[in-house]
Write a protein that binds this ligand. Structure first.
Ligand SMILES: C[S@@+](CC[C@H](N)C(=O)[O-])C[C@H]1O[C@@H](n2cnc3c(N)ncnc32)[C@H](O)[C@@H]1O
Length: 554
């Protein structure tokens, strides 16, 4: 369903197969996402196709016909007696409250809430669509709700505001009939906030239901002070994020006019993307297991040869995922890990380091490749909990292949100078490139986080460059396209390190990506690679490949 669908039945090219060999064998019989897409402009078509597919699937899900494409609830079996949609709304409200009041993460708070409510798969799908959609689009809904209130929005009780957002999402973001959306939400308001609140919710939702989404968006555009404010409201992003993403597009060579498409892509449900870990399971085999376990028809990846993509379904039902031969992992993350492992270096290629490894998706992919190539990976993570997640992620690999350590990555340059052949720095970052996966995160970040993280990123990259030997390779990666966290960090660190006698060659990451990716990413002509959700269908991952050519001290 989510395949770009411009080609016929595609084939699956296994990892490491030379790109453009023209020998694509069809043994898996799964269609590749973005089939027939050309570099650059046509990629836009693929992104648009996916967005359309996503909004169509959201509509179907709203009717309870399908689980959400983030998928973790899909196929949920009924536990106990069949409940009604009222429970789904109740669960969504509970999770919104936990996210807003306790700082919970929706993807962690929702599964136990669904389990506790014992919803069947249809209502679990409704609760999930309600929760994720409401969180993502709350900026848009708040702007509309404010126009329907005769008092300031800020004065509302949190629970009343969440009820109004939930109601607005049913009316404007899902195909729930107007009267059902209003009456179900008013009932919920009565039960959870009392009669007074129910009256207010009723009045506001009736005003909202007087216009459809297109009409409301036209009102927002008309009333906004300027174009950027209008985009922030219509596409539901904080104003500073809109401004900084615009700057990011331009900094990475994309036209500023793509901003609206980028923001819209952040609001789409991401598909369930699986990574078949090389040597542990072939993508074709994973596709077969996924099809059997979820009933969904998988497609191959557009930018990662290890990717198997499902429009929905619960990945926890797939045996290979349960035993860590495969995992849920964004295609962009897969691609940059493959680039880190495959970029050319000179000489020995045995000692690999993943400096910031938690929760371990890339470490497991690197570990699988290390096992095939006789290398050893040190997977380092500063926090104990996330180091445990790394241990779990690599559990399918032989214990001697990956050593998990819990250290501050900043000490490696001093403590093990020149020891490693390859180092991945997947730096802690603002996460502005993965907003579609973390529906609440856009509302939690501030510009201050970006500047604070940029300092840590510099220190980690500096440590990595010192920990790698002459001729060795450092891949610097973020899941943010923000200019301050990407090229500026790299250029700044290289300038300083050169002053201290370190010679570094910047390898062409776009070419490296093209050698690996089934379809070249949209920005593949650039030296430092920036992926984009609206162009590549991935998170907005950044990757710079740096080869150390000389070291003054060692
Ligand atoms: C972007 S995440 C890495 C994602 C990971 N590579 C994966 O693919 O699953 C960044 C990680 O760096 C860790 N981190 C933060 N500061 C660190 C430091 N000083 N040294 C090492 N790790 C650090 C964070 O706890 C977080 O788990």
């Amino acid at each position: 369903m989510a395949a770009a669908g411009t080609g016929g039945r595609g084939s699956y090219r296994p990892a490491g197969r030379p790109h453009g060999s023209g020998q694509q064998r069809g043994h898996a019989g799964i269609q590749r996402r973005g089939q027939g897409r050309e570099r650059g402009s046509a990629g836009r078509g693929a992104g648009q196709e996916r967005r359309r597919a996503s909004s169509e699937s959201a509509g179907r899900r709203a009717q309870g016909g399908q689980e959400p494409s983030n998928g973790h609830q899909g196929g949920r079996r009924r536990r106990g007696p069949r409940r009604t949609g009222a429970d789904a709304r109740q669960v969504a409200l509970e999770v919104l409250t936990r996210v807003g009041r306790d700082g919970a993460f929706a993807n962690l708070a929702l599964p136990p809430a669904l389990d506790a409510a014992g919803l069947d798969s249809r209502d679990a799908a409704l609760a999930t669509a309600l929760t994720y959609g409401t969180l993502r689009l709350q900026g848009r809904y708040d702007a509309i709700i404010a126009l329907c209130l005769d008092r300031p929005l800020e004065g509302l009780d949190d629970v009343v505001l969440d009820l109004l957002r939930l109601g607005a999402h049913q009316l404007l973001g899902m195909r729930v009939p107007g009267h059902a959306a209003v009456s179900a939400t008013v009932d919920l308001a009565r039960r959870s906030a009392g009669h007074g609140a129910a009256g207010l919710v009723n009045a506001v939702l009736r005003r909202i239901s007087a216009k459809d989404l297109g009409q409301w968006l036209a009102v927002l555009r008309e009333q906004a002070a300027d174009e950027v404010t209008a985009l922030a409201q219509v596409e539901s992003h904080p104003l500073w994020v809109v401004k900084d993403l615009r700057q990011a597009l331009v900094a990475h060579g994309q036209p500023a006019e793509e901003l609206a498409a980028l923001l819209a892509a952040d609001n789409a449900d991401p598909e369930v993307v699986l990574c078949a870990r090389p040597g542990l399971i072939a993508p074709e085999r994973l596709a077969k297991e996924a099809r059997l376990a979820t009933g969904q028809e998988p497609t191959g990846g557009a930018v990662s040869p290890c990717a198997v993509i499902l429009a929905g379904g619960d990945p926890g039902r797939i045996r290979a995922v349960r035993d860590a031969r495969a995992a849920v992992e964004d295609e962009g993350s897969q691609l940059v890990a493959l680039m880190a492992a495959q970029a050319p270096l000179e000489g020995r290629d045995e000692r690999w380091l993943d400096l910031c490894a938690g929760p371990g998706g890339k470490a497991a992919l690197l570990g699988a490749l290390a096992a095939q190539r006789g290398a050893h990976l040190v997977a380092n993570e500063i926090t104990a909990h996330r180091a445990d997640l790394v241990r779990s992620a690599v559990r399918a690999l032989a214990p001697e292949v990956v050593e998990v350590r819990q250290d501050d990555g900043r000490v490696y340059g001093e403590q093990e100078p020149g020891r490693y052949d390859r180092v991945l720095v997947d730096a802690p970052c603002s996460g502005l490139g993965s907003l579609r996966r973390r529906p609440e995160s856009r509302w939690r970040r501030s510009r201050g986080d970006v500047t604070e993280l940029a300092q840590l990123q510099r220190e980690l990259l500096t440590s990595a460059l010192r920990a790698v030997r002459r001729g060795g390779l450092v891949a610097y990666v973020t899941c943010s396209p923000h200019a301050l966290e990407t090229e500026l960090v790299v250029r700044d660190v290289l300038r300083r390190q050169e002053r201290e006698g370190l010679g570094v060659e910047v390898l062409h990451a776009g070419d490296a990506a093209t050698r690996i990716a089934p379809r070249p990413p949209a920005g593949a002509e650039r030296e430092m690679l920036q992926l984009w959700p609206h162009l590549d269908g991935t998170d907005a991952m950044f990757c710079a490949l740096l080869r150390v050519t000389s070291r003054a001290d060692r």
